[in-house]
Design a protein. Structure first.
Length: 317
């Protein structure tokens, strides 16, 4: 952004002065929300912790069933492509970032589940019908018992679909992404912020352009932050904004707390020290287990029991 006063003040008020105001040499580029470090950390933390929990299938008498195919899939090999750990981690991560983690259920000749084929994010859609949920991949339609579906937050406009924390708290996520972009842009200018360069005499358009280009090339870069500034003919440079790295970092710390709320994770688990009200590691671990892991474990248990187990059997994670 660039402003200049050349002859306006001289013509109307008798002043002979010029001011060139410099901000940034290029527009702010906003990073995607799923590239924010706090989002990456929260997604990896929850998905990895869910994936490493052991899965056990119980009968109607609450006795564990040894060598149950569901337990084998979840604890050993889920498919030709993934181990049970990789499958649960991938599916949970997709649900966290896109709302819906989905896999196609492949069954053997006897009807028992043989493997679970993961579906890439946003490759499948679902809708509620009178006959129950149906899913579509392109022109292929799948019934509910052919799909394993784990979701995050309910979509209030579609009872068989879910929303991710990135979508449910999109304003907070967009703010965090904008802050990342603004901080990146500020660092590229050597953390200068907005600067006014003033000259006691008049300046032509060509002079203003030359000053702007020189400032952009020599000083408004990370390499130019320590380069000495030489001003001639009574020129002065003055910082006219409060934009500083310190204030941006404080704002970004608040955004980490907002992201932690959206994912149900204590800020301390995202390496944000002093971001929460918990006084001990035990309280933090309990809040994480109750606020994030318990809900995801229940979602997996209910879906595995409903789609892959026989009547009377129950999955526990």
């Amino acid at each position: 952004m660039f402003y200049a006063t050349v002859g306006f003040f001289a013509r109307f008020f008798g002043f002979k002065s010029g001011v060139a105001i410099y901000t940034r040499p290029e527009p702010i580029v906003t990073s995607p929300a799923d590239a924010i470090p706090a989002v990456v950390r929260a997604t990896n933390l929850i998905s990895a912790d869910i994936a490493r929990l052991p899965v056990t299938v119980y009968d109607s008498q609450m006795q564990p069933i040894t060598d149950h195919p569901v337990a084998a899939l979840m604890n050993r090999e889920a498919s030709r492509w993934q181990t049970g750990y990789e499958f649960r981690r991938y599916t949970t991560a997709v649900a966290l970032t896109h709302g819906n983690g989905i896999a196609i259920i492949r069954r053997g000749a006897d009807g028992s589940v043989a493997e679970l084929q993961p579906v890439p994010a946003d490759a499948l859609t679902g809708e509620a019908t009178d006959d129950g949920p149906i899913y579509r991949i392109g022109n292929v339609q799948l019934a509910a018992d052919q799909v394993l579906h784990v979701g995050c937050y309910p979509d209030y406009l579609n009872p068989v679909w879910f929303r991710s924390p990135l979508d449910a708290a999109r304003q907070a996520m967009q703010l965090a992404a904008d802050e990342n972009g603004a901080h990146q842009s500020l660092v590229k200018t050597g953390s200068m912020g907005k600067v006014a360069i003033m000259h006691p005499g008049g300046m032509s358009d060509q002079t203003v352009q030359a000053i702007r280009d020189a400032w952009t090339t020599m000083h408004a870069t990370a390499d130019g932050a320590s380069r000495p500034l030489i001003l001639r003919e009574g020129m002065k440079a003055e910082k006219i904004s409060q934009e500083t790295s310190g204030s941006m970092l404080e704002s970004r710390r608040f955004s980490v707390q907002e992201i932690a709320r959206a994912f149900g994770v204590p800020p301390e688990m995202l390496f944000q020290q002093g971001g929460g009200a918990l006084s001990s590691q035990a309280e933090t671990a309990r809040a994480y287990a109750d606020g994030a892991i318990a809900a995801w474990a229940t979602a997996w248990e209910s879906e595995l029991t409903r789609k892959l187990c026989r009547p009377g059997e129950h999955v526990r994670i």
